[in-house]
Design a binder for this molecule. Structure first.
Ligand code: ZN
Length: 218
């Protein structure tokens, strides 16, 4: 039981990482949206410069979605209080997990205003930057507790119910095709000639018309 629960959590995290890494770019949905106070709060809390400068968003946020994945790109500008020069920064915020986001992280790229011009600062916050065949991917690793809990429950139910659903579907398929539900041997009567399984309803009347329609050979 402990392993089953632990496996559900590991499975939910593995699925989130897998989606963040391997989701197909060609079927991702991209939308531009207006930024709001929640975006500003998120930015101010995470921007590596801290509250040293006031950041203002430039343009709209670019939201890329895929089942189990949400990527939001921001661009902002701030004026250095020392030099009055503009500093620019971009951030990629990634939430991954299915059916709910269970991991979150971000990747930052800052171009500080300094003279002489300094080198850009690239920082990953609770995320890894991974180079893949389809370009760089930001893979988050910070858990979102509720999302992780729900995902683990869904994963546990799917893993637990998966084999049961498969066995049930196979039995139904065999019954519909007039085969023995236990071994799949065709042309079963009340007792399977292959595995000896006694039919589900041994008390049934042998010439029951419904039964003969289901099991009779054409
Ligand atoms: Zn059988």
């Amino acid at each position: 039981m402990v392993w089953y629960v632990a496996g559900s959590f590991v499975g939910a995290i593995a699925l989130a990482v897998g989606i963040a890494l391997f989701s197909a770019e060609s079927i991702m949905l991209v939308r531009l949206q207006a930024t709001d106070d929640a975006d500003q709060t998120w930015w101010n809390a995470g921007v590596p410069t801290g509250a040293r400068v006031d950041w203002e968003f430039r343009g709209r946020r670019r939201q890329t979605t895929f089942p189990g994945l949400e990527i939001i790109d921001y661009k902002a500008i701030a004026y250095s209080p020392e030099t009055g020069q503009p500093e620019t920064a971009t951030a990629t915020r990634v939430d991954a997990g299915w059916p709910f986001p269970c991991l979150t992280g971000s990747s930052w790229y800052l171009m500080p205003a300094s003279s002489p011009p300094g080198s850009p600062i690239a920082v990953e916050s609770t995320a890894f930057r991974v180079e893949t065949d389809s370009g760089p991917r930001v893979v988050p690793w910070w858990p979102r507790p509720w999302g992780l809990l729900f995902d683990a429950v869904v994963m546990g139910v799917l893993v637990g119910a998966g084999p049961a659903v498969w066995f049930l579907a196979r039995r139904i398929e065999r019954l519909v095709r007039g085969k023995c539900p236990a071994c799949g041997y065709p042309g079963v009567g009340t007792r399977c000639s292959e595995c000896g399984r006694v039919g589900r309803r041994p008390d049934a009347v042998p010439d029951d018309p419904v039964r003969s329609m289901l099991t009779g050979e054409p």
